[in-house]
Design a protein around this ligand. Structure first.
Ligand SMILES: *Cc1c(COP(=O)(O)O)cnc(C)c1O
Length: 409
């Protein structure tokens, strides 16, 4: 979605200079055609299998975007009461809703029993016991999958690895086996599947191979307890660094799909970043170019309150100045928040911009706006959608009056 034409930065077919006219920076901009292209890639890989794609709403919870995804036939993976409200608001069919999370409250579970989603992924025996009490009480059934922790190293940042035995998610296979034997004929708890999600921003295939092979062995060992589906999670990485380190989909198709075929079950995917990560940018303005004896700082109006990935995960994002004609230099790109960690990039080689120019941060469609905050009383930025060469507001910039409405003096 990002290119330079005549040395000027374009987002799809519109110069970024045109895009900002009448719009206050910083703001997020998403590309619907990029989202569609990403989904097509998933379809390409899974062609011929019985599969369903769900979108991990935690990656981006904009209701208009969720609606676009729904219209593209994608389901939703939710992890909280808030995301549950969002999913009902947008009108996903219950059969397209998957529920995750390791801390589901009683009232959330109670609401899920009424709602009847495709599956509730059970994180622990303790959670299953809580659910059992509820369904025994109201005598209603619920379809569940057990979240397995396969203990594989996803080779990613430790904060986004989830499938190691030291991580808080899921249950050991031994525990799952005990649960399956104990609950298989339960009148209300319907164990129909297994779930695993081993981490995020994975760029290698082997952790998936290892995990799915382990699960296959596990299922073979279950013998007469027939399951209906396997939820293989998400985690496919994207090329943040622009050095060609893309998710190796061809290799996935060659090495992982055959393993999944052998399951002979419905496959559920939960992808967040792969679907929307590269379909969003953050557009900011440069307030200062600050020279010190040691560094040159580009001070933008966007900050860690708008995009926290660089501060939180040391996440790399490619940064695009408005023009690619300035002399190359080395810069720190920072925001105005009172934290040293409010920095999008350190010692980054860029074409030198001028004060007042625009700066665009790439690949922020996932875990961008959803993680924004009011820190330093920043107001959460607006979100726009580029659709058929037109720009629609999909969420206005947060309003100070509304954000402070609780204070009525
Ligand atoms: C976060 C998460 C996902 C999506 O992860 P991505 O890396 O964005 O694809 C899927 N499933 C579960 C359970 C998750 O927690």
């Amino acid at each position: 979605m990002i290119s330079y034409r005549d040395n000027q930065l374009y987002l799809e077919d519109i110069a970024v200079e045109e895009i900002v006219k009448g719009r206050q920076t910083p703001f997020y901009l998403y590309s619907l055609s990029q989202i569609k292209e990403n989904i097509e890639k998933v379809h390409w890989a899974f062609e011929g299998l019985d599969y369903h794609i769900s979108f991990a709403a935690k990656a981006n919870n904009n209701l208009y975007l969720l609606e676009e995804l729904k219209n593209l036939g994608v389901g939703i993976d939710i992890v909280s009461s808030g995301e549950f409200e969002a999913c009902k608001r947008v009108g996903f069919q219950p059969s397209h809703v998957i529920v995750n999370g390791n801390g589901k409250t009683k009232s959330f579970l109670r609401n899920l029993v009424d709602y009847q989603p495709r599956a509730v992924n059970i994180d622990s025996l303790e959670e299953l016991e809580r659910l059992e009490e509820l369904v025994n009480d109201c005598e209603e059934s619920i379809v569940v999958a057990l979240r397995i922790n396969p203990d594989v190293d996803p080779i990613t940042h430790p904060y986004i690895s989830t499938g190691l035995k030291k991580n808080k998610f899921g249950m050991a296979m031994e525990t799952a086996e005990i649960i399956i034997h104990k609950y298989f004929n339960h009148p209300f708890i319907k164990i129909e599947g297994l779930h695993l999600h081993i981490g995020s921003q994975l760029l290698y295939i082997s952790p998936y191979e290892d995990a799915y092979n382990k699960v296959k062995e596990f299922i073979n060992g279950l013998k007469n307890h027939q399951l209906k589906f396997i939820n293989i999670g998400g985690g496919w990485g994207i090329d943040y660094t622009k050095d060609g380190a893309e998710f190796p989909l061809q290799e996935y198709k060659e090495r992982v799909i055959p393993i999944l075929k052998e399951f002979n079950m419905e496959i559920i995917l939960e992808l967040g970043r792969f679907i929307i990560g590269n379909a969003g940018v953050l557009v900011g303005s440069i307030e200062y170019i600050k020279e010190t004896p040691h560094k040159t700082f580009i001070v933008s109006d966007a900050s860690m309150a708008d995009l926290i990935r660089p501060s939180l995960y040391n996440g790399y994002h490619h940064i695009y100045p408005q023009y690619n004609t300035g002399e190359e230099g080395i810069f720190d790109i920072v925001g105005p928040v009172c934290e040293t960690g409010d920095r999008f990039a350190e010692d980054r080689r860029l074409n030198r911009p001028e004060k007042g120019e625009l700066i665009v941060i790439g690949d922020v469609g996932a875990y961008g706006h959803v993680m924004s905050s009011n820190y330093n009383f920043s107001l959460r930025p607006a979100e726009y959608l580029l659709k058929n060469n037109r720009i629609e507001v999909v969420r206005p910039r947060e309003d100070f009056q509304k954000a402070t409405a609780y204070y009525n003096r």
